[in-house]
Design a protein around this ligand. Structure first.
Ligand code: ADP
Length: 341
């Protein structure tokens, strides 16, 4: 689909090639600290999720990365360069490398779709004929070539976000920063926009940072995730691991932190994808000849895989046998202390 003109550099996806390195970042608004000791490594070519409730500091962190906000402590390096130390021209080049999309699209209502997408190219002084070729190709990529002459008010939310994505891609960015990009969209449209972003990541190797409060977004496309709360990163790791661990931080974020556990021994099981369809519980109950109550369970779709976590309750005397059984089967487990978890 890509014509010769649209020279998207396919950024190499070399494992462990850090593109954005964040160390000990502190950020204040007046006397209020809004980011505290933030440490993240974002590799070239990955889709990295930053998830947290509203007010956690996610957008502020994005704005520090692209130089729109200053930070008072620590270091943010993009492609090895400290953002705070960049001069005006270097900041301009940095922003060229970092395309951005937002929840409410930020389109210019008086301009057509074509004119919205051409804006960054005009700002960077491209020739008219080159602009035409490039915008046409971009609209093709995001699937709205037929809307070129239409004004934003005549587009659906999903189409508006496609325009914003085309605009963000116009200058061949290395990274797309997505700030709650699907929060104003219905679930089906969200899926299609995420599929488009995933496609763009795979085809062009563009690194994507997804800031969101929606766990579904993280599950659908992010390979790594950082959980943020009150200006701090609480947990970070591969998405599957974070979900399998189903830590208190994650449960709190998705509102599952108030499960009341009964007396006895409560064990949380974590099923990796290869085990999620095996009848572990019934086999265990039969083999050990014990009763097992399921307190909480969920199976979740992760891209093409299904992963599960389950909390079971057993009599205290059966605890050791169950743990041994799980170890033998290679199922991850963690005993949860009694009380409200
Ligand atoms: P999130 O993106 O996670 O919703 P934000 O980064 O927007 O969080 O906000 C983090 C905190 O910083 C919030 O308490 C917010 O009120 C505050 N904040 C954000 N922008 C400003 C600003 N320009 N001036 C003062 N406080 C701000």
């Amino acid at each position: 689909m890509l014509g010769p003109f649209l020279r998207f550099e396919c950024y190499q996806m070399i494992g462990g090639n850090i593109l954005i390195e964040i160390r000990g970042v502190e950020k204040y608004f007046g006397a209020t600290k809004v980011l505290e000791d933030i440490n993240l490594d974002i590799d070239s070519g990955e889709i990295y999720g930053i998830v947290g409730h509203s007010g956690a500091g996610k957008s502020t962190l994005l704005r520090c990365i692209n130089g729109l906000e200053d930070y008072q402590g620590g270091s943010i390096k993009v492609s090895g360069k400290e953002v705070r130390d960049l001069n005006e021209e270097e900041i301009r080049n940095l922003r060229k490398d970092l395309g951005m999309i937002f929840q409410h699209f930020s389109l210019l209502e008086r301009r057509t779709v074509f004119e919205n997408v051409s804006l960054p190219l005009e700002c960077f002084g491209y020739q008219k004929s080159d602009i035409k070729k490039r915008v046409d190709e971009l609209l093709e990529i995001v699937g709205i070539a037929d809307k070129s002459g239409v004004k934003p008010k005549n587009l659906s939310g999903g189409q508006k976000q496609r325009v914003a994505i085309a605009r963000a891609l116009a200058l061949n960015p290395k990274v797309m920063l997505c700030d709650e990009a699907t929060s104003a969209l219905d679930p089906n449209t969200t899926k299609s926009i995420l599929a488009l972003l995933d496609d763009i990541n795979k085809k062009f190797g563009i690194t994507i940072i997804m800031v969101t409060h929606q766990m579904e977004v993280i599950k659908q496309i992010c390979s790594k995730v950082a959980i943020m709360e009150e200006g701090r990163v609480l947990e970070v790791g591969p998405t599957e691991d974070i979900f399998l661990k189903n830590s208190k931080n994650l449960r709190k974020l998705i509102g599952e932190d108030n499960i009341i556990l009964p007396e006895g021994t409560n064990i949380k099981l974590m099923f990796p994808k290869e085990d999620s369809n095996k009848p572990i519980i019934t086999t265990m109950a039969k083999e050990l000849d014990i009763d097992i109550s399921i307190i909480f369970g969920k199976l979740e779709q992760f891209k093409e895989d299904i992963l599960g976590s389950l909390i079971i309750n057993i009599e205290e005397k059966d605890g050791d046998g169950v743990k041994k059984f799980l170890d033998e089967k290679g199922i991850g487990w963690e005993e949860i202390e009694n009380g409200v978890k």
